[in-house]
Design a protein around this ligand. Structure first.
Ligand SMILES: *[C@@H]1O[C@H](CO)[C@@H](O)[C@H](O)[C@H]1NC(C)=O
Ligand SMILES: *[C@@H]1O[C@H](CO)[C@@H](O)[C@H](O)[C@H]1NC(C)=O
Ligand SMILES: *[C@@H]1O[C@H](CO)[C@@H](O)[C@H](O)[C@H]1NC(C)=O
Ligand SMILES: *[C@@H]1O[C@H](CO)[C@@H](O)[C@H](O)[C@H]1NC(C)=O
Ligand SMILES: [Cu+2]
Length: 385
């Protein structure tokens, strides 16, 4: 009797879902700007992904799915626990060998991103390499530092535009429940990118979490970027950049308006080879990065040494997750080659191509990361905030 009831409710869920995927709701500009739209889209995507997991009998089954949360929807205990686990990783030994500057397990992430940058940006693997990279960090924080709480994402749009400001972001308020504060204000400093107003910091973090963190490698312009080069972490929280490229509208429009992954990934990155993307300048990807700016946050190759990087890319991955799950049957494809701006020119990427994560984690194929609840090995969903 009980199993019959379960079966009946599973069927009911199934039919509601297919009705929802068949039609993506329409929203007014006001609903897009206020975040109502993306919350609703996020809810549909969450339900659709969960329904897939509910059908799995091995691998990523429904009881195993981990729920990723917006920073302000995490418990205080998880916010502090996450921040401390990152600090813990900064004390663990590296897996790379023979690199003078790579002193910690955290530095491993900087070195890996530095090596992979020419292949995993403005290429076929931008979305999925960074998806897996975040998952590898989540696993390290768990395995090496015992963090079992929710993995965070940062909805930039809640901290700028008409709804918030970067200077009051709970992600960067400097408390023990944050990823540390802003950099010290440097009078006369320039913005992280040309054409924007300077942010409210610019210098070193002077108190709170990560103010004691030593950046060991980079910047990319130095003669040997992997050589030991200890220095403070700097930030320049920038409300102008966030308000122009990373608002709730900026997060929502690529999800609503991209018919295929080729356009979606171009619009998310502002890849000027596509006219739809040339219009959006640095786009949400650049917008989120340069809302933090600083060193290493504003360094294209070494930005992943900035603790905020993973929450930023969590939101990029969440956008992809929502976009995919609004029309799952048609949105499991890739587009492009395995080199940045296809330079040098390479052949079209295929799902069986390898993506490199050694020596932090074994390599995976592109196809293995297509589904966040695919179980190979991913098994998570994004909770709408
Ligand atoms: C930074 O390090 C100093 C000296 O080890 C210590 O007293 C201080 O509490 C640390 N601050 C933070 C925010 O971790
Ligand atoms: C981002 O959204 C804001 C409004 O929230 C808008 O003024 C701006 O033009 C958008 N930027 C892009 C690149 O679409
Ligand atoms: C893992 O990927 C990297 C980078 O693509 C490659 O150099 C390495 O040979 C791969 N390792 C294995 C075991 O396939
Ligand atoms: C997340 O937090 C906001 C308030 O900060 C609240 O309105 C919302 O309901 C929360 N969402 C979830 C899924 O708990
Ligand atoms: Cu990157």
């Amino acid at each position: 009797m009980k199993s019959l009831v379960l079966l009946a409710s599973a069927l009911l869920v199934g039919s509601v879902i297919s009705a929802a995927t068949a039609e993506i709701p329409k929203f007014t500009q006001g609903e897009i700007d206020s975040g109502k739209a993306i919350r609703e889209l996020g809810r549909i995507a969450y339900d659709n992904a969960m329904a897939r997991a509910a059908k799995a009998t091995t691998g990523c089954t429904k009881d195993k799915v981990r729920i990723r949360k917006e920073w302000r929807n995490m418990t205080m205990e998880d916010r502090k626990g996450y921040q401390e686990a990152v600090q813990c990783l900064m004390q663990k030994p590296p897996r790379h060998t023979g690199l003078d500057g790579v002193r910690t397990a955290w530095d491993d992430y900087g070195a890996l991103h530095y090596y992979q940058t020419p292949y995993v940006h403005n290429s076929a693997t931008f979305l999925l390499w960074h998806r897996h990279y975040n998952w590898v960090l989540e696993k390290d924080l768990n395995d090496l530092c015992g963090y079992t709480g929710a993995f965070p994402y940062w909805e930039w749009g809640l901290d700028c535009g008409s709804v918030g400001t970067m200077d009051t972001s709970p992600v960067f308020d400097g408390s023990e429940y944050s990823l540390g504060g802003n950099g010290k204000f440097v009078p006369g400093h320039r913005a992280g990118i040309g054409g924007a107003r300077p942010g409210s910091g610019g210098g070193c973090l002077t108190s709170g979490p990560f103010s004691n963190f030593t950046v060991n490698i980079g910047p990319v312009g130095s003669r040997n970027p992997l050589q030991y080069n200890p220095r403070c972490i700097k930030r320049d929280l920038n409300n102008d950049i966030c308000s122009r490229w990373a608002t709730l509208r900026n997060t929502t429009e690529p999800i609503l308006n991209s018919p295929n992954v080729e356009i979606f990934q171009a619009v998310v990155q502002g890849d000027g080879r596509w006219p739809e993307a040339a219009r959006v300048g640095i786009a949400v990807h650049g917008g989120g990065h340069y809302s933090i700016s600083g060193d290493p946050g504003g360094d294209f190759y070494f930005s992943s040494l900035e603790p905020g990087f993973y929450l930023h890319h969590g939101n990029i991955d969440r956008m992809h997750f929502i976009w995919q799950n609004l029309d799952w049957e048609n949105r499991q494809t890739i587009s492009g080659t395995n080199t940045m701006f296809n330079s040098p020119p390479t052949t079209e990427a295929v799902l069986t191509d390898n993506m490199g994560f050694e020596p932090i984690h074994r390599n995976v194929t592109i196809g293995q990361t297509m589904d966040t609840v695919g179980g190979t090995p991913l098994c998570y969903v994004y909770e709408p905030w």
